[in-house]
Design a protein around this ligand. Structure first.
Ligand SMILES: [Zn+2]
Length: 390
């Protein structure tokens, strides 16, 4: 039952993307990408001919966002010839972003994958696509941060502006603030960055306050929606819908780039949100329908965070892809082939169904108060935005 409609959706993947790995015990583990890709292939809904092999981004492409001296430092780190001072200056002395062999190539490949997909969408060969190995939203123009070396989203956004004169909207629903992308375009009017995340009061990187709105000609082209810790599904989705729709309507993007970190899940070990797969399944469909309405469907979906690589990421990211091909949200059993193969490797019990089991879900007593705070913030953001637009 090959559906040719799939063929207008691209899927960036190569086993080489798994080489982006700081060290064996680091929480950022791209094995999740292989798990997701095999799950999708096993459903029969992702066809091998849709897979796009990533190329390496060139230095000129990286320079669209990143500083020359930073790229040089990453190249030095690639070969283990970086000085301590240089490592400290560029954020490579921290456990989060420790240098690893060939880190330049492996990071440039993530960016190259995104650019390949962008070219295919702009040429009309594809309508949309996803690059779940990308989404490294903390990388700054001149500094590594939060597991991120090169910011593939920011480079792609600038590439789309420079090469194709696009108005680009970035919608970031990762649990962490998309700070690297935001600061790359803080004084820019062609790229709008929207980020909904757990408040920086308690979580890395600490920024993303709702008063961060851009500067100079970029003023009003940054929107931040910092949510309370322990926010649950209904409040997340409502707050997201309420704040993202006015942004898309007002900015009128030519293309949307979305960052689909899945670390708002209650089982994610690094954050304090209380959402389930229900939210993670709905979010990409909301973004897809915005793209259908406002950008003629032009849409690139990236990955991002997600540190429960067995029980959360593969099912959640599968729905990023499913939303792109207009496949409804899945229910029932996962492909048996996938479960049987990976249960031998998983250190935890693998899920058997698409639905979250919720046997270990904790309902928070303060839900009402948390929800009320989120809605109040959404109101504040949208009324500021409405007033500005009128
Ligand atoms: Zn994150």
């Amino acid at each position: 039952m090959t559906n040719t409609k799939h063929l207008t959706t691209g899927y960036v993947y190569s086993d080489k993307l798994l080489n982006y790995r700081f060290h064996d015990k680091h929480p950022f583990n791209q094995m999740r990408l292989k798990l997701t890709t095999e799950l999708l292939l096993d459903t029969g809904l992702l066809l091998p001919e849709q897979i796009i092999k990533p190329r390496l981004a060139t230095d000129d492409e990286l320079l669209l966002v990143h500083q020359f001296d930073y790229i040089q430092a990453i190249k030095h780190a690639s070969h283990g010839i970086i000085s301590e001072e240089e490592a400290e200056k560029y954020g490579l002395n921290q456990e989060d972003n420790r240098q690893f062999r060939h880190m330049h190539q492996h990071s440039a490949r993530i960016v190259g994958g995104a650019l390949t997909l962008a070219d295919k969408i702009m040429s009309g060969e594809l309508i949309n696509g996803c690059h779940l190995g990308g989404g490294l939203h903390h990388a700054q123009p001149g500094r590594a941060s939060g597991f991120c070396i090169y910011n593939d989203i920011a480079v792609t956004a600038q590439y789309l502006v420079t090469k194709y004169h696009q108005r680009v909207l970035v919608i970031d629903t990762d649990a962490h603030h998309g700070d690297g992308t935001q600061w790359s375009f803080y004084t820019d009017e062609h790229v709008f960055t929207y980020s909904i995340h757990e408040t920086g009061k308690f979580l890395f990187p600490g920024s993303g306050h709702y008063t961060e709105r851009g500067e100079n000609i970029g003023y009003g082209h940054t929107v931040n929606v910092p949510l309370e810790p322990f926010t649950e599904d209904e409040a997340f989705i409502k707050t997201f819908n309420k704040t993202v729709v006015p942004v898309v309507k007002a900015f009128k993007p030519d293309i949307i780039l979305s960052v689909n970190g899945v670390d708002i899940h209650y089982r994610d070990p690094l954050t304090h949100m209380n959402c389930t797969l229900q939210s993670l399944y709905q979010i990409p469909y909301i973004v897809k329908s915005l793209a259908d309405t406002y950008t003629n469907g032009k849409l690139m979906m990236f990955g991002g965070g997600g540190y429960n690589i067995w029980r959360v990421v593969p099912r959640a990211w599968s729905h990023v892809y499913f939303s792109l091909i207009d496949q409804p949200i899945q229910s029932g059993y996962l492909p048996l082939h996938w479960v049987n193969k990976w249960k031998n490797y998983a250190p935890v019990q693998l899920p058997k169904r698409w639905e979250d089991k919720l046997n270990d879900y904790t309902y928070v007593a303060r839900t009402k108060e948390i929800t009320a705070k989120n809605y109040k913030l959404a109101q504040l953001i949208t009324s500021w935005y409405d007033n500005r637009e009128n």
